[in-house]
Design a protein around this ligand. Structure first.
Ligand SMILES: Nc1ncnc2c1ncn2[C@@H]1O[C@H](COP(=O)(O)OP(=O)(O)OP(=O)(O)O)[C@@H](O)[C@H]1O
Length: 231
């Protein structure tokens, strides 16, 4: 599904150059639930932005279903972002002026779908994530858990191939964070590849596999206990 080869990324200003990723090679297969874990400054956000087509590496390649991302036009990159990848962010990133239902429908507006198709998909997501009772609420009326659950529904409503999440539990307490991690497992069980970027050991252990980053390098990979694998 996603492979990176010798990925290098640095951030520069006039005085200094800060390496963020150094020869990063990662292989993630279809349907996997992988945690990319590491302390602050290890390069997680840099990798999230590159894998999510929001930034480009200085050198190296990223393959998405065997397509090399660097070879794509801006239009093709945009189509991939809108049609095949769902995003979850630490700060939820919901639109304040839209209800839960409207937020979930948002990614469907960029796809060529009829109003009826959109409505069916949103209803399915409201049911799956048990959000029906707050469908007409605005983000400010929701708990953090409800907001992040809404953003998971938004990220998966169009059945993307991949969901990427950057510190998805960073603004939640550990109980709510655990609920969110279980929802990622459910998304994965429905056939979507899930990659979360986290500095929480507790979160990372809910994934099937952990890839550990440190100072821009992949330092270890470990498979999780078999009981964590979706059945
Ligand atoms: N815009 C930037 N300008 C300069 N340096 C940057 C920039 N963004 C990141 N860096 C540096 O690149 C390195 C990797 O940062 P990155 O944000 O990817 O790490 P991270 O693991 O996501 O950290 P955190 O968990 O704190 O978000 C760090 O040394 C960081 O200081």
């Amino acid at each position: 599904m996603i492979h990176t080869r010798n990925l290098v990324k640095s951030y520069r200003n006039k005085l200094v150059e800060t390496p963020a990723l150094i020869n990063v090679n990662i292989d993630i297969g279809d349907g996997e639930f992988v945690a990319i874990a590491g302390p602050s400054g290890s390069g997680k956000s840099a990798l999230f932005n590159i894998m999510g087509l929001m930034d480009r590496p200085d050198s190296g390649e990223v393959y998405f279903n065997d397509i090399e991302l660097g070879s794509l036009s801006e239009k093709d990159r945009l189509n991939l972002r809108r049609g095949k990848i769902g995003y979850v962010f630490r700060e939820f990133n919901l639109i304040d002026e839209m209800t839960v239902r409207e937020n979930i429908e948002l990614p469907l507006l960029y796809l060529n779908l009829s109003r009826k198709q959109r409505s069916l998909m949103v209803e399915e997501a409201l049911l799956q994530f048990k959000l029906g009772h707050i469908r007409n609420y605005y983000p400010q009326q929701l708990t953090g858990l409800e907001q992040q659950t809404t953003s998971l529904a938004r990220a998966s409503v169009f059945k993307p191939l991949l969901v990427l999440a950057d510190e998805p539990t960073g603004d939640l307490n550990s109980t709510d964070g655990s609920v969110i991690m279980d929802l990622f497992s459910e998304i994965c069980e429905r056939g979507i590849t899930v990659v979360i970027f986290t500095n929480s050991v507790q979160d990372a252990q809910k994934a099937q596999r952990i890839i550990q980053l440190h100072d821009g390098h992949v330092v270890t990979e470990s498979a999780q206990m078999i009981s964590n694998r979706p059945v």
